[in-house]
Design a protein around this ligand. Sequence first.
Ligand code: MEV
Length: 397
Amino acid sequence: MAKVIASAPGKCILFGEHAVVFGQPAVAVAIEQRITVSLEVLEKANDEWRIDGMKFIASKHPHVKALRSRMWQKRAGAPALSIHITGDIPPASGLGSSAALSVAASACLRAARGRWLCAGGKATKPEDWAEGFSSQLMDTDVYSDVVAEIDPARRMGKNGQGVSHVHGELAIDVDECALLGHAVEAIAQGGRASPMDSSVCAHGGFVLLSDKVETAADWSYTRTLKTPEGDRTWQVHTLPISSEDQDVYLVIGNSGVHAPTSQQVAKVAKAMSQEPQRMKEIETIGVIARRGIEALLKGDFEAVGRAMSENHLMLRGLGVSCQELENLVRAAAPTSLGVKLTGAGGGGCMVALTRNPKQTSEAIELAGGRTLISKLGNTGVRIESHEGLPFWKSVAE
Ligand code: MEV
């Protein structure tokens, strides 16, 4: 049987959500909770795609649809697939479930399809690839939702170019998973998405996004996106923080209120265009985030907590909190170093940084929240298992 399974972690934003869409710095950590995607080839040639045992309806799964058009073209010989999605990241709660899904699915597709390399090329060097997408390649353009505009010849393996083939883990490039994850998130969110969720779900650990290269962090790459408000550029970094011997935990409280990210992002965008002077609030979130980053790098978790709580006050002012979140924040505060909503808000989750995860979790549950406990910083996307790879090899266009 041909099968591949990959997983990616969810994320929790410690500082800077919403402001990051406008270029301010933000930090997120990978959490212990993950989404697992498994792909199997359907046996009969005419089989339609299936998802969790049902017919795949593309409009209901925009992320998978967008990935399929980039990596799994029927006209290039790709077989129909059956997809199964499992995991313990609650959907639409600001914990990056859709980015984790997109990143894990992109890893599955790449492992299953493999990658053609140029003569003497190495799988680890994007300039040696005859197909694929990378932040390091100038001709990578994956953000259009108009499928016809995606040039099928663009890094898809041109005649005679691909001379050797790799598949499975060897074909995986974490940046490619992050890039594709960002592209399909942007498409699903009406063109507005920072690469925050997709980068954390792909790389794991701690990720810092900023409008400039930050010397305190390890710079990874530049990411750009045309949004309805204009071109945006982010510098993506990882933060060198070891989560091994920390005695601090995140307790994430889910308000259970469903709040799509796209609506919350659009709400803030509208407020900024109607009252441009409010951009000061976005800038203040940036200042708080920088203070939080400094504290994180020093391992001063008391100061990290204080910055988180200040960040929450700013988010409340922006209008992206709600009564349910406020109740959970208030309940967690007495046993926490800091507490804030996390993600897009309007519902979804809050997060407490605490040395007493059990007590904090009980307090949040008593106030009506469902909790998850996680260490700070976990492994990024990974292939869990595979057999019968590659599922197919792209034919020269
Ligand atoms: C959502 O998890 C975080 C937001 O900043 C949106 C984004 O970065 O795309 C609200």
